[in-house]
Design a protein around this ligand. Structure first.
Ligand code: GLP
Length: 270
């Protein structure tokens, strides 16, 4: 089972993530960070940026691989994950852009119909992650339907990076980034698979707010099932789930998680 940490707010969660990642980079300056978009990781990136500056940590050799990307959006579109990762991670952390990869980069906005570019992009992305030595810490958000990356319910728990069709719920959830107009939200994406994500050495899933409570309960305390792709975290030897009170509200074992975290040995990181 994953370690579950219940926190006051996103910033406290962010500080826990940032401390672990900053210590990792100090030990391993070429660390490979798994990056995610969405609102959930934003405070974590801010906290990490702040530690990097106050502790003068050299991040020039840090590498990054993002989870997913829409198909068919130009890389320069403000809502492409290429642009989002640039804005929320590369710039504020001061990473070298050449070291940071997003699954759609090689597609360069190519439409779904362009099989010559789209068909094998996933395998190539997985090969690039492997060639970099694998992801050290993968940050994850979660969709209200239990998706991670863009692995919608029904995704194979052994999947590699590949093209997926977005669920209607996900397109509706994400319409807020496209002027509230769901017709502007792409229908397809390229996403790291659950099998790809499980290869990262440490997974840190962040979830905040009541809307995530059911997905969090299914992930942590439900059965392992493709119906809730995030539940695959239960198969990972080192997974940390950091949630606020609202997102934790449907967990049955809350008292134990609080007790375990309060009694964690001081030498043990997340
Ligand atoms: C998108 C992303 C996911 C993210 C999810 C939740 O669908 N592809 O990686 O976890 O949104 O977003 P938020 O954190 O904004 O709730």
């Amino acid at each position: 089972m994953a370690e579950v940490i219940i926190v006051k707010d996103q910033h406290q969660a962010g500080r826990i993530y940032a401390r672990a990642v900053a210590d990792l980079i100090k030990q391993k300056p070429t660390a490979v960070l798994g990056l995610a978009t969405g609102s959930s990781p934003l405070a974590a990136y801010e906290e990490l940026a702040s530690i990097i500056y106050t502790e003068h940590i050299d991040v020039s050799h840090v590498r990054g691989f993002a989870l997913d990307e829409y198909i068919g959006l130009p890389l320069s579109h403000p809502q492409s994950y290429h642009s989002t990762i640039w804005r929320t991670v590369v710039e504020p952390l001061g990473l070298n852009p050449a070291n940071v990869h997003v699954p759609g980069d090689a597609l360069n906005g190519a439409p779904l119909s362009d099989g010559s570019k789209v068909a094998h992009a996933g395998e190539k992305y997985d090969q690039a992650i492997a060639a970099a030595g694998g992801v050290d810490v993968q940050i994850l958000g979660i969709g209200t339907d239990g998706h991670v990356g863009f692995n919608e319910p029904g995704s194979s728990l052994a999947s590699g990076t590949r093209i997926k069709t977005l669920a209607e719920q996900t397109r509706n959830d994400n319409a807020r980034f496209f002027n509230g107009d769901v017709s502007q939200v792409p229908t397809h994406c390229i996403t790291q698979g659950i099998g790809t994500i499980l290869k990262a050495r440490h997974l840190v899933l962040l979830a905040f707010g009541e809307a995530k409570a059911e997905a969090v309960a299914e992930t942590v305390e439900g059965g392992v099932s493709a119906f809730c792709p995030a539940s695959a975290l239960q198969l990972h030897p080192h997974a940390t789930v950091i949630v606020d009170e609202q997102a934790a509200s449907r967990l049955r074992n809350k008292d134990y998680y609080r007790w375990a975290y309060a009694h964690k040995p001081v030498w043990q990181s997340i």
